[in-house]
Design a protein around this ligand. Sequence first.
Ligand code: GDP
Length: 429
Amino acid sequence: MDTIFALATARGRSGVAVIRVSGPDAWAACERLCGDVPEPRHASLRVLHHPQSAKPIDESLVMVFEAGASFTGEKSVEFQTHGSIAVVDLLFEVLSRDCGLRVAEAGEFTLRAFKNGRMDLTQVDGLGDLIDAESTAQLDQAMRTMSGSLSTKVESWRTKLTRILGLLSASIDFADEEIPDGLSGQIETLIVEVIEDLESQLSGFDASQIIRDGFEVAIVGRPNVGKSTLLNYLANRDVAITSDIPGTTRDIVEARLSLDGILVTFLDTAGIRETDDVVESIGVERSLSRAGAADLRVFLTEGDTIEPEFSELHRNDDLVFQSKSDLSGRGLSGKTGEGVEDLLQKLTSNLGQKTALPSNLTHVRHKASVEKALYELRLSSSFLGSEELDAEIVYEHVQRAVGFLDTLIGRIDVEAVLGDVFSSFCIGK
Ligand code: GDP
C-alpha cells in the first residue's frame, strides 16, 4: 500500500495550509521533516527541515495519528503549515522526492477510510455532500447522512430480513418445503414492516433531493417584460449567494439565493437564449424547454394573464406576476423591488411544503437500491399470501433484497459503484 499525501485545504495564499499524509510510511516522513514523531493525537509545534540541506522550511503544527485512530484508518500525519505557496511546494517536493511518497488521487483518503471500514458508502456520500454544502439545509442533511442516519436504517431493515431468512431456513430444513402457519404470519409481519418503511423513505426522496440539489426557478416572459431586471434585483439582495455567471448581452443569467436554508437558483430563460448565439427559433425552443425542466416557473406578464405562447408551460404551483407594477399598479417590479418580497414569500412557503418530510435517501443511488429491495420484498410477500407457499422462493427474494441493501452501504458489489460515489470528490479528501 502506497503512502499518499495531498493538500487538504484550498490551493493558494492563505493563513494556514493543511497537508495530510496517510499510509505505512507516514510516520517515517514525519520523522525526516521534524526530527521526531510527536505524541499521537496531540498538536505539537515543530520546525520542519529540509532533509538534505537541513534548512528550515516552516514552523508547523504537527498531528500524528496511529493506525486505527485516524480518518483513513492508517498511520497518518497532518502538517498545519503557513499557507504559503513556497512552503507547500517545497513540502510536496520533499514528500515525493526525499520520502518517496505519492500525491493522492481525488477522494483517495476517503476511499481508504471506506476500505478500512471507518465509514460505509452512504456516509461517504454524506461527506461528499457536506463538502459541497452551500446552504444550511444542505449542511444539516449532509451531516445526518455522514453520521450514519441511513446506515442505521439499513441495518434495522437488514436485521429484520436476516431474521426472516433464519426463520425460513429453519422451515426449509425441517418441514417439507412448506412454511408452518404460525411462522408465515410472523414472517409476513416482518416483511410488511420493512416494506412500509421503505415506501415511506421513497416518498420523501423528492424532498431530500430538493434540499441536496437545490431548486431551480425559471423566470419566463416575453422580451422586455422585465425578466433580467428582476433577476438583477434578486442577485443584489443580501440573500444572494452567487450572481457571477456572466452573459454576453446581459450582466447575469442566473442568481442563487438561500431561502430558509434551501438553495434556489433563478434562471433568466431569455438570458440563456441570448448567450447561446444560435438561430432565434432554436433559441426560443431551448429556453422554453429549459423553463419546462425547471422545478418551478415564475411568469412575468404584460397584462393580467399568461400570454398564449407560455400557457402550455404553466403547471400547478407556478407563480404568475404582472411585471412593472410601478407602471401597471399590480404584480411586482424588478426596478423598484415592489412585490418581490411577496414572490419570495410564496416561493418559501411552496418550498416549505415540498421539503417538509425529507427522507434519509439523499442520492439517486440510494433510491435505486431501495426500489430494487422493495420490488423483491413485494414479490416475496405476494408469494407468502398464495396457496402454494414455497419457502425457497420467498427465501430467494428476501435474500436478493438484502443484497440490494448491502450494495447500498457498500458491503457487496463495491467496485461497481465506487466510480459513481467518488467521481465528485476533490484531491485531499
Ligand atoms: P427582459 O427582456 O424580460 O429581460 O426585460 P428587461 O429586464 O431587459 O427590461 C426591459 C425594459 O423594461 C428595460 O428598459 C427595463 O429598464 C424596463 N423595466 C424592467 N423592469 C421594469 C419595472 O419593474 N418597471 C419599469 N418601469 N421598467 C422596467
